[in-house]
Write a protein that binds this ligand. Structure first.
Ligand SMILES: Cc1ncc(COP(=O)(O)O)c(C=O)c1O
Length: 384
Protein backbone atom coordinates (compact mmCIF):
# COMPACT_ATOMS: atom_id res chain seq x y z
CA UNK A 1 0.00 0.00 0.00
CA UNK A 2 1.26 3.50 -0.79
CA UNK A 3 0.78 6.39 1.62
CA UNK A 4 1.12 10.13 0.89
CA UNK A 5 4.84 11.01 1.17
CA UNK A 6 4.01 14.26 2.90
CA UNK A 7 2.73 12.29 5.90
CA UNK A 8 6.28 11.18 6.64
CA UNK A 9 6.91 14.82 7.68
CA UNK A 10 3.97 14.81 10.04
CA UNK A 11 3.88 13.29 13.50
CA UNK A 12 0.85 12.12 15.40
CA UNK A 13 -1.09 15.11 16.83
CA UNK A 14 0.76 15.97 20.05
CA UNK A 15 -2.29 15.98 22.31
CA UNK A 16 -3.07 12.43 21.22
CA UNK A 17 0.33 11.34 22.60
CA UNK A 18 -0.25 13.19 25.88
CA UNK A 19 -3.71 11.63 26.12
CA UNK A 20 -2.18 8.14 25.67
CA UNK A 21 0.41 8.77 28.42
CA UNK A 22 -2.30 10.12 30.72
CA UNK A 23 -4.55 7.11 30.12
CA UNK A 24 -1.66 4.74 30.81
CA UNK A 25 -1.08 6.49 34.17
CA UNK A 26 -4.80 6.33 35.00
CA UNK A 27 -4.75 2.58 34.35
CA UNK A 28 -2.11 2.24 37.08
CA UNK A 29 -4.63 3.79 39.49
CA UNK A 30 -2.94 7.20 39.63
CA UNK A 31 -4.99 10.33 40.48
CA UNK A 32 -4.45 12.75 37.63
CA UNK A 33 -4.82 16.52 37.42
CA UNK A 34 -4.83 17.43 33.76
CA UNK A 35 -3.52 20.93 33.05
CA UNK A 36 -2.50 20.14 29.48
CA UNK A 37 -5.14 20.67 26.81
CA UNK A 38 -6.94 24.00 26.47
CA UNK A 39 -10.39 22.60 27.03
CA UNK A 40 -12.36 24.83 29.43
CA UNK A 41 -13.93 23.21 32.48
CA UNK A 42 -16.56 25.96 32.89
CA UNK A 43 -20.23 25.29 32.28
CA UNK A 44 -22.01 26.03 29.03
CA UNK A 45 -24.60 28.78 29.59
CA UNK A 46 -28.18 27.46 29.75
CA UNK A 47 -29.31 29.78 26.93
CA UNK A 48 -26.82 28.01 24.68
CA UNK A 49 -27.95 24.48 25.58
CA UNK A 50 -31.62 25.51 25.30
CA UNK A 51 -31.04 26.85 21.79
CA UNK A 52 -29.34 23.57 20.86
CA UNK A 53 -32.23 21.50 22.27
CA UNK A 54 -34.87 23.66 20.53
CA UNK A 55 -32.94 23.22 17.29
CA UNK A 56 -32.87 19.44 17.72
CA UNK A 57 -36.68 19.42 17.93
CA UNK A 58 -37.07 21.24 14.60
CA UNK A 59 -37.33 18.63 11.83
CA UNK A 60 -36.30 21.22 9.18
CA UNK A 61 -32.75 21.07 10.53
CA UNK A 62 -32.38 17.37 9.75
CA UNK A 63 -31.29 18.33 6.25
CA UNK A 64 -27.95 19.60 4.96
CA UNK A 65 -27.08 23.06 6.29
CA UNK A 66 -25.91 25.89 3.99
CA UNK A 67 -22.21 25.46 3.12
CA UNK A 68 -21.24 28.93 4.34
CA UNK A 69 -23.36 28.87 7.50
CA UNK A 70 -26.86 30.10 8.33
CA UNK A 71 -27.42 33.81 7.67
CA UNK A 72 -28.69 34.35 11.22
CA UNK A 73 -25.33 33.21 12.63
CA UNK A 74 -23.41 35.33 10.13
CA UNK A 75 -25.52 38.28 11.28
CA UNK A 76 -24.72 37.46 14.92
CA UNK A 77 -20.98 37.50 14.06
CA UNK A 78 -21.45 40.83 12.23
CA UNK A 79 -23.30 42.27 15.24
CA UNK A 80 -20.58 40.97 17.56
CA UNK A 81 -17.80 42.66 15.54
CA UNK A 82 -19.77 45.91 15.53
CA UNK A 83 -20.52 45.79 19.24
CA UNK A 84 -17.11 44.70 20.50
CA UNK A 85 -14.71 46.19 17.92
CA UNK A 86 -16.78 48.82 16.07
CA UNK A 87 -15.94 46.98 12.84
CA UNK A 88 -18.58 46.79 10.08
CA UNK A 89 -18.63 43.57 8.05
CA UNK A 90 -20.71 42.53 5.04
CA UNK A 91 -22.20 39.05 4.92
CA UNK A 92 -19.79 38.00 2.12
CA UNK A 93 -16.97 38.79 4.55
CA UNK A 94 -18.13 36.12 7.04
CA UNK A 95 -18.06 32.33 6.85
CA UNK A 96 -19.14 29.79 9.46
CA UNK A 97 -16.68 26.98 10.21
CA UNK A 98 -16.81 23.54 11.84
CA UNK A 99 -14.49 24.90 14.54
CA UNK A 100 -11.72 27.33 13.66
CA UNK A 101 -9.19 24.48 13.25
CA UNK A 102 -11.06 23.43 10.12
CA UNK A 103 -10.81 26.91 8.60
CA UNK A 104 -7.16 27.34 9.59
CA UNK A 105 -6.40 24.20 7.62
CA UNK A 106 -8.67 24.93 4.64
CA UNK A 107 -7.45 28.49 4.13
CA UNK A 108 -4.06 27.09 3.14
CA UNK A 109 -5.18 25.52 -0.18
CA UNK A 110 -7.63 28.43 -0.58
CA UNK A 111 -4.70 30.86 -0.79
CA UNK A 112 -1.58 28.83 -1.59
CA UNK A 113 -0.40 26.74 -4.49
CA UNK A 114 1.75 23.64 -3.95
CA UNK A 115 5.23 24.81 -2.97
CA UNK A 116 4.22 28.30 -1.78
CA UNK A 117 5.58 29.47 1.53
CA UNK A 118 3.37 30.01 4.57
CA UNK A 119 4.89 32.16 7.32
CA UNK A 120 4.08 30.70 10.73
CA UNK A 121 5.18 31.60 14.26
CA UNK A 122 7.06 29.26 16.59
CA UNK A 123 6.33 28.26 19.30
CA UNK A 124 2.74 27.98 18.09
CA UNK A 125 -0.47 26.03 17.80
CA UNK A 126 0.93 23.23 15.62
CA UNK A 127 -1.88 23.25 13.05
CA UNK A 128 -0.43 26.17 11.04
CA UNK A 129 2.76 24.37 10.12
CA UNK A 130 1.45 20.79 10.05
CA UNK A 131 -1.47 21.62 7.75
CA UNK A 132 0.82 23.71 5.53
CA UNK A 133 2.90 20.57 5.02
CA UNK A 134 -0.17 18.39 4.50
CA UNK A 135 -1.49 20.71 1.80
CA UNK A 136 1.88 20.79 0.00
CA UNK A 137 2.94 24.27 1.08
CA UNK A 138 6.15 25.04 2.92
CA UNK A 139 5.96 26.50 6.41
CA UNK A 140 8.65 29.09 7.23
CA UNK A 141 8.86 29.47 10.98
CA UNK A 142 9.59 32.83 12.59
CA UNK A 143 10.76 32.57 16.21
CA UNK A 144 8.69 34.23 18.89
CA UNK A 145 11.02 35.18 21.71
CA UNK A 146 10.57 36.65 25.18
CA UNK A 147 12.95 39.47 24.16
CA UNK A 148 10.19 41.06 22.05
CA UNK A 149 7.28 39.92 24.16
CA UNK A 150 6.54 37.03 21.76
CA UNK A 151 5.49 39.41 18.97
CA UNK A 152 6.33 38.08 15.50
CA UNK A 153 9.37 39.96 14.17
CA UNK A 154 8.52 40.28 10.47
CA UNK A 155 11.64 42.42 9.89
CA UNK A 156 13.73 39.28 10.41
CA UNK A 157 12.15 37.42 7.45
CA UNK A 158 14.52 37.09 4.45
CA UNK A 159 13.52 38.71 1.13
CA UNK A 160 13.45 35.42 -0.79
CA UNK A 161 10.99 33.97 1.72
CA UNK A 162 8.71 37.00 1.46
CA UNK A 163 8.83 36.83 -2.34
CA UNK A 164 7.49 33.24 -2.31
CA UNK A 165 4.96 33.66 0.48
CA UNK A 166 1.21 34.11 0.03
CA UNK A 167 -0.11 33.46 3.51
CA UNK A 168 0.98 34.31 7.02
CA UNK A 169 -0.47 33.26 10.38
CA UNK A 170 -0.32 35.13 13.62
CA UNK A 171 -2.15 34.22 16.81
CA UNK A 172 -2.95 36.85 19.42
CA UNK A 173 -3.81 36.51 22.25
CA UNK A 174 -1.15 33.88 21.86
CA UNK A 175 -1.15 30.17 22.52
CA UNK A 176 1.11 28.96 24.15
CA UNK A 177 2.69 32.13 25.62
CA UNK A 178 -0.32 34.21 26.66
CA UNK A 179 1.11 37.32 24.95
CA UNK A 180 -1.41 39.94 23.81
CA UNK A 181 -0.74 42.15 20.75
CA UNK A 182 -1.01 45.94 20.83
CA UNK A 183 -2.75 48.01 18.16
CA UNK A 184 0.72 49.32 17.11
CA UNK A 185 1.83 45.76 16.44
CA UNK A 186 -1.28 45.02 14.39
CA UNK A 187 -0.85 48.22 12.37
CA UNK A 188 2.77 47.47 11.54
CA UNK A 189 2.27 43.82 10.59
CA UNK A 190 -0.76 44.74 8.45
CA UNK A 191 1.43 47.26 6.60
CA UNK A 192 4.03 44.52 6.08
CA UNK A 193 1.33 42.22 4.63
CA UNK A 194 0.00 44.99 2.33
CA UNK A 195 3.50 45.92 1.13
CA UNK A 196 4.28 42.29 0.30
CA UNK A 197 0.90 41.12 -0.97
CA UNK A 198 0.60 38.43 1.69
CA UNK A 199 -2.74 37.37 3.19
CA UNK A 200 -2.34 37.96 6.92
CA UNK A 201 -4.53 35.76 9.17
CA UNK A 202 -4.96 36.33 12.86
CA UNK A 203 -6.12 33.28 14.76
CA UNK A 204 -8.10 35.02 17.51
CA UNK A 205 -9.33 31.90 19.32
CA UNK A 206 -8.60 33.61 22.67
CA UNK A 207 -9.80 37.10 21.69
CA UNK A 208 -12.01 37.47 24.76
CA UNK A 209 -9.74 35.69 27.22
CA UNK A 210 -7.82 38.67 28.47
CA UNK A 211 -7.62 40.46 31.81
CA UNK A 212 -11.09 41.54 32.96
CA UNK A 213 -10.22 45.25 32.89
CA UNK A 214 -8.70 45.18 29.35
CA UNK A 215 -10.50 45.89 26.08
CA UNK A 216 -10.41 43.19 23.40
CA UNK A 217 -8.90 44.34 20.10
CA UNK A 218 -9.13 42.79 16.66
CA UNK A 219 -6.82 42.78 13.65
CA UNK A 220 -9.86 43.85 11.61
CA UNK A 221 -9.97 47.23 13.36
CA UNK A 222 -6.73 48.20 11.63
CA UNK A 223 -7.17 46.37 8.31
CA UNK A 224 -8.32 49.50 6.47
CA UNK A 225 -8.10 47.86 3.02
CA UNK A 226 -9.93 44.72 4.24
CA UNK A 227 -7.25 42.37 2.94
CA UNK A 228 -6.70 40.29 6.08
CA UNK A 229 -8.63 37.46 7.68
CA UNK A 230 -9.41 36.74 11.31
CA UNK A 231 -10.48 33.38 12.71
CA UNK A 232 -12.75 33.14 15.72
CA UNK A 233 -14.26 30.32 17.70
CA UNK A 234 -17.01 29.68 20.20
CA UNK A 235 -14.83 26.96 21.77
CA UNK A 236 -12.88 28.92 24.34
CA UNK A 237 -15.00 31.94 25.31
CA UNK A 238 -18.21 29.93 25.61
CA UNK A 239 -16.76 26.55 26.71
CA UNK A 240 -18.09 24.92 23.55
CA UNK A 241 -15.06 22.94 22.31
CA UNK A 242 -17.18 19.85 21.63
CA UNK A 243 -19.79 21.76 19.63
CA UNK A 244 -17.27 22.44 16.79
CA UNK A 245 -18.30 25.90 15.72
CA UNK A 246 -16.21 28.87 14.64
CA UNK A 247 -16.00 31.51 11.93
CA UNK A 248 -13.66 33.49 9.73
CA UNK A 249 -14.13 37.13 8.75
CA UNK A 250 -12.26 39.41 6.38
CA UNK A 251 -11.39 39.81 2.72
CA UNK A 252 -14.37 38.64 0.64
CA UNK A 253 -12.21 37.03 -2.08
CA UNK A 254 -10.30 34.96 0.43
CA UNK A 255 -13.50 34.05 2.29
CA UNK A 256 -15.01 32.93 -1.01
CA UNK A 257 -11.91 30.86 -1.85
CA UNK A 258 -12.16 29.24 1.59
CA UNK A 259 -15.81 28.43 0.86
CA UNK A 260 -14.76 26.79 -2.41
CA UNK A 261 -12.39 24.46 -0.54
CA UNK A 262 -14.85 23.81 2.28
CA UNK A 263 -17.88 23.15 0.11
CA UNK A 264 -15.90 20.50 -1.73
CA UNK A 265 -14.68 18.86 1.49
CA UNK A 266 -17.50 19.23 4.02
CA UNK A 267 -21.17 20.18 4.19
CA UNK A 268 -21.24 22.69 7.01
CA UNK A 269 -22.16 22.43 10.66
CA UNK A 270 -25.48 20.99 11.94
CA UNK A 271 -27.96 23.89 12.22
CA UNK A 272 -28.87 23.32 15.93
CA UNK A 273 -25.18 23.83 16.74
CA UNK A 274 -25.28 27.08 14.75
CA UNK A 275 -28.40 28.09 16.73
CA UNK A 276 -26.47 27.44 19.94
CA UNK A 277 -23.67 29.68 18.64
CA UNK A 278 -26.17 32.48 17.95
CA UNK A 279 -27.40 32.21 21.54
CA UNK A 280 -23.79 32.39 22.75
CA UNK A 281 -22.91 35.49 20.74
CA UNK A 282 -26.10 37.15 21.95
CA UNK A 283 -25.29 36.64 25.64
CA UNK A 284 -24.95 39.83 27.69
CA UNK A 285 -21.39 41.16 27.90
CA UNK A 286 -21.48 40.44 31.65
CA UNK A 287 -21.01 36.79 30.72
CA UNK A 288 -17.63 37.56 29.15
CA UNK A 289 -16.59 39.81 32.03
CA UNK A 290 -17.38 37.11 34.62
CA UNK A 291 -15.52 34.44 32.62
CA UNK A 292 -12.45 36.71 32.45
CA UNK A 293 -12.56 37.28 36.20
CA UNK A 294 -12.45 33.51 36.80
CA UNK A 295 -9.34 33.15 34.61
CA UNK A 296 -7.78 36.26 36.20
CA UNK A 297 -8.10 34.64 39.61
CA UNK A 298 -6.68 31.35 38.39
CA UNK A 299 -3.82 33.11 36.58
CA UNK A 300 -2.89 35.15 39.65
CA UNK A 301 -3.10 32.09 41.94
CA UNK A 302 -0.91 30.04 39.59
CA UNK A 303 1.63 32.84 39.17
CA UNK A 304 1.99 33.25 42.89
CA UNK A 305 2.70 29.52 43.45
CA UNK A 306 5.15 29.46 40.52
CA UNK A 307 6.99 32.44 42.01
CA UNK A 308 7.30 30.60 45.34
CA UNK A 309 8.64 27.55 43.49
CA UNK A 310 11.17 29.60 41.52
CA UNK A 311 9.70 28.51 38.22
CA UNK A 312 10.12 31.23 35.60
CA UNK A 313 7.10 32.07 33.47
CA UNK A 314 6.00 34.69 30.99
CA UNK A 315 3.74 37.27 32.59
CA UNK A 316 0.74 36.46 30.40
CA UNK A 317 -1.99 39.04 29.86
CA UNK A 318 -4.28 36.75 27.91
CA UNK A 319 -5.43 33.20 27.16
CA UNK A 320 -5.77 30.61 29.92
CA UNK A 321 -2.17 29.43 29.58
CA UNK A 322 1.07 30.03 31.43
CA UNK A 323 4.29 29.47 29.50
CA UNK A 324 6.91 28.28 31.97
CA UNK A 325 10.62 27.57 31.84
CA UNK A 326 11.62 23.97 32.56
CA UNK A 327 13.85 23.82 35.66
CA UNK A 328 17.59 23.60 34.92
CA UNK A 329 19.02 20.10 34.60
CA UNK A 330 15.80 18.78 33.08
CA UNK A 331 14.90 18.27 29.46
CA UNK A 332 11.35 19.32 28.68
CA UNK A 333 10.13 15.79 28.07
CA UNK A 334 11.81 14.37 31.15
CA UNK A 335 10.30 17.10 33.31
CA UNK A 336 6.77 16.58 31.96
CA UNK A 337 7.08 12.82 32.20
CA UNK A 338 8.28 12.92 35.82
CA UNK A 339 5.53 15.36 36.68
CA UNK A 340 2.98 12.89 35.38
CA UNK A 341 4.52 9.77 36.87
CA UNK A 342 5.51 11.20 40.28
CA UNK A 343 2.88 13.87 40.82
CA UNK A 344 -0.01 12.88 38.55
CA UNK A 345 0.06 16.31 36.89
CA UNK A 346 -0.28 16.58 33.14
CA UNK A 347 1.17 19.68 31.45
CA UNK A 348 2.10 20.16 27.81
CA UNK A 349 5.79 19.87 26.91
CA UNK A 350 6.88 23.04 25.12
CA UNK A 351 8.21 21.15 22.10
CA UNK A 352 4.59 20.26 21.23
CA UNK A 353 4.58 23.84 19.89
CA UNK A 354 7.75 23.42 17.83
CA UNK A 355 11.49 23.08 18.48
CA UNK A 356 11.64 26.56 19.99
CA UNK A 357 9.42 25.30 22.76
CA UNK A 358 12.17 23.06 24.14
CA UNK A 359 13.00 24.07 27.72
CA UNK A 360 9.45 25.23 28.30
CA UNK A 361 6.16 23.70 29.37
CA UNK A 362 2.62 25.04 29.21
CA UNK A 363 0.08 25.02 32.01
CA UNK A 364 -3.60 25.31 31.05
CA UNK A 365 -5.69 27.06 33.71
CA UNK A 366 -8.71 24.95 32.84
CA UNK A 367 -9.37 23.59 36.30
CA UNK A 368 -10.72 25.17 39.45
CA UNK A 369 -8.34 27.61 41.19
CA UNK A 370 -8.02 25.31 44.25
CA UNK A 371 -7.08 22.34 42.06
CA UNK A 372 -4.51 24.43 40.15
CA UNK A 373 -2.95 25.59 43.41
CA UNK A 374 -2.88 22.05 44.80
CA UNK A 375 -1.23 20.76 41.62
CA UNK A 376 1.39 23.50 41.40
CA UNK A 377 2.24 23.36 45.10
CA UNK A 378 3.36 19.77 44.58
CA UNK A 379 5.83 20.85 41.88
CA UNK A 380 8.97 20.71 44.01
CA UNK A 381 8.32 17.03 44.73
CA UNK A 382 9.38 16.52 41.14
CA UNK A 383 12.89 15.15 40.97
CA UNK A 384 13.39 15.28 44.78
C1 LIG B 1 -4.55 28.98 18.91
C2 LIG B 1 -5.71 28.09 18.63
N1 LIG B 1 -6.37 28.27 17.50
C3 LIG B 1 -7.42 27.48 17.16
C4 LIG B 1 -7.82 26.47 18.00
C5 LIG B 1 -8.94 25.56 17.55
O1 LIG B 1 -10.14 25.92 18.08
P1 LIG B 1 -11.48 25.24 17.55
O2 LIG B 1 -12.03 24.49 18.69
O3 LIG B 1 -12.34 26.41 17.15
O4 LIG B 1 -11.16 24.40 16.38
C6 LIG B 1 -7.14 26.24 19.20
C7 LIG B 1 -7.53 25.13 20.07
O5 LIG B 1 -6.90 24.76 21.01
C8 LIG B 1 -6.06 27.09 19.53
O6 LIG B 1 -5.37 26.92 20.64
Amino acid sequence: MKINNRLSNVNEYHFKKIEDMKNAAILTGKKIIDLSIGDPDLEVNLKITSALIDGLKDYRYNNYPPYDGVMELKKAVIKYYKQVYSVSLNSDEVIILIGSKEGISNIIPAVCDIGDIVIVPEPAYPVYSICSKLWGSIPYTVPLTPKNGYMLDFNAIPEEIIANCKLMFINYPNNPTGAVASCEFYKSIIKFSYDNNIVLCNDSAYNEIIKADKKAISLMQYDIKRQCVEFGTLSKTYNMTGYRIGYAVGNARVINALLKVKSNCDSGQFIPVQKAAIAALNLERDYVYNMRKIYDERREAAKSVLLQKNINFFDAEGTFYLWCKTPDNYTTNKFCEELLINNGIVVTPGNAFGKLGYDYFRIALTKDKVIIEEALKSLNKCGD
